[in-house]
Ligand binder design. Structure first.
Ligand SMILES: [Zn+2]
Length: 244
């Protein structure tokens, strides 16, 4: 097993533009409920009802009934060793950007600065009438929280039927096309448009290092069958050995 961490560290250590693409797997290790996987939220609740923009506009209480607790307990969740290792690699000038499908804000909590949240973030809640912003967990009480103006509050996340934020997505695509190494951590990268990103990276000559409990991206140069919270600190350790 050490061999594979060493190989990954060599590739990352000699990269000029290493980026990471992360998904639900890395946050599951922090106790964040997953959505699509077995036992995930969308097994119990139909996302086209509970998390679609159409339903939200008609009856936001459905969304808030399943997400409200999580958002109000926003500060209860902490980044794990995987998030921290990525932040530390960015701090060392190695990782240039993190693209994440996660909406939990844990990369920012871990201290990462260049984070592209392509599905938005639960941290920011805004009023759909006046646009006033609230920051989780400091949001008004109630089954459906309302703004001081009376408008309904909606987290700044992409619901089913909504477009991904175009500026964030296009920046993510630029990073994917110009990176020379992409670390896939805790994401199956099968959901579009995020699924295009490693394909784009490979097409432009980048090496892809996949850290997952299940082999998902069939075109990876290195596959590490491990949790992100275990593998990323191991790679960081190996990198330190290379540097000295
Ligand atoms: Zn308002």
């Amino acid at each position: 097993m050490n061999q594979v961490f060493n190989e990954a560290a060599k590739i990352i250590g000699s990269s000029k533009k290493c980026i990471a693409l992360t998904g639900a797997g890395i946050s599951a290790e922090s106790g964040i409920p997953t959505f699509r996987s077995k036992g995930g939220l969308w097994n119990s609740y139909d996302p086209t009802v509970y998390a679609s923009i159409d339903t939200f506009m008609k009856d936001p209480s459905k969304y808030w009934s399943i997400r409200g607790d999580f958002i109000r307990k926003y500060n209860d969740y902490s980044p794990n060793q995987g998030h921290l290792a990525l932040a530390s690699l960015e701090n060392a000038g190695i990782v240039k950007c993190i693209i994440t499908q996660n909406i939990d804000g844990l990369h920012r909590k871990a201290g990462s600065k260049k984070v592209l949240e392509i599905h938005g973030s639960l941290r920011e809640i805004f009023c759909i009438s006046c646009g006033k912003e609230y920051i989780a967990p400091d949001i008004p009480p109630g089954d459906v929280p309302h703004c001081t103006c009376g408008g309904v509050l909606k987290p700044n996340t992409v619901l089913f039927g909504e477009d991904l934020p175009p500026a964030v997505l296009s920046e993510a695509e630029e990073y994917a096309a110009s990176c020379d190494v992409m670390i896939l951590a805790g994401t199956s990268a099968t959901v579009y448009p995020a699924a295009y990103l490693p394909v784009t990276a490979k097409r432009n000559g980048a090496k892809v290092i996949e850290i997952n409990l299940e082999y998902s991206f069939t075109d990876s140069d290195i596959f590490i069958e491990e949790k992100s919270g275990t593998a990323l600190p191991m790679i960081e350790e190996q990198l330190k050995k290379i540097e000295v």
